[in-house]
Each structure stands twice: as structure tokens, then as C-alpha cells.
Design a protein around this ligand. Structure first.
Ligand SMILES: [Zn+2]
Length: 125
């Protein structure tokens, strides 16, 4: 495992949740800011000071780590041979409907009628 991965894996669930909250509150003084410093140090750019790129990349990795840990299991993407998204139960897009549509993001949750689960509709990876 590389050092950056280790940095993120080592953050406890509690601290990760705090860091995400700080990101949402634009607070760079707590755990989030600490993670950015560690990120800059490990990625070897610390001599230049902490740049906005460091903030962006550290933030992305925190959000990815959170998505990875807490992504509900039903949000599984399986692609068929033609690249369409399938539910983990194997149903096809014709069996899906969009729920919780968000007019701002033009996005909603893809609900699978046969199994009652949700098909992940975005790529957090
Ligand atoms: Zn399903």
C-alpha cells in the first residue's frame, strides 16, 4: 500500500465524518486542514507550501474514502456487454425508475422495481 493510501485508511470513521463536515463548512482549521498538510507532506510538495491543488486533491480523496466506506451495498454497478447499468439483482434498465429527482443536479436515484434496491447512477471512483 502506498503512503497516501495509508494516510486515508488510517483515519478513523469518526474523524473521517468530522473531516467531511469541515469540508462542507469550509473549515480548514481542523482535521481537514491537518489531512491536507499530511497530504502535501507525503506527496512531496511541501517545500512549495500548501497549494489550492493540495486542498482539492486531499478533499477529493477524503470524499472518495467516505464514499468507499459508506456507500450502501445496493449501490453496486454492474454493466452488461453493451455497457448499460444493471442492478446487482440482474434486472435491466427497463425495470428501473428514477426517484428523488433533484431538479438542480438533474439527477435522481435509480430505483429497481424487481428487488427494491437502488442502482448506483454515478461514478465516485
Ligand atoms: Zn434490482
Amino acid at each position: 500500500m502506498n503512503k497516501l493510501k495509508e494516510l486515508y485508511k488510517a483515519i478513523s470513521n469518526e474523524n473521517l465524518a468530522k473531516a467531511i463536515q469541515e469540508i462542507q463548512e469550509y473549515d480548514n482549521t481542523g482535521l481537514y486542514g491537518e489531512t491536507v498538510k499530511n497530504y502535501a507532506r507525503i506527496s512531496g510538495d511541501f517545500t512549495d507550501g500548501i497549494t489550492s491543488t493540495d486542498f482539492n486533491l486531499a478533499q477529493n480523496m477524503l470524499l472518495k474514502e467516505a464514499a468507499y466506506r459508506w456507500m450502501p451495498e445496493q449501490y453496486t454497478v454492474k454493466l452488461d456487454s453493451r455497457g448499460r447499468k444493471l442492478c446487482s439483482c440482474g434486472s435491466e434498465p427497463k425495470d428501473h425508475e428514477v426517484r428523488n429527482f433533484d431538479a438542480v443536479w438533474r439527477d435522481g436515484d435509480v430505483y429497481c422495481i424487481p428487488c427494491g434496491g437502488y442502482v448506483r447512477g454515478f461514478d465516485a471512483g
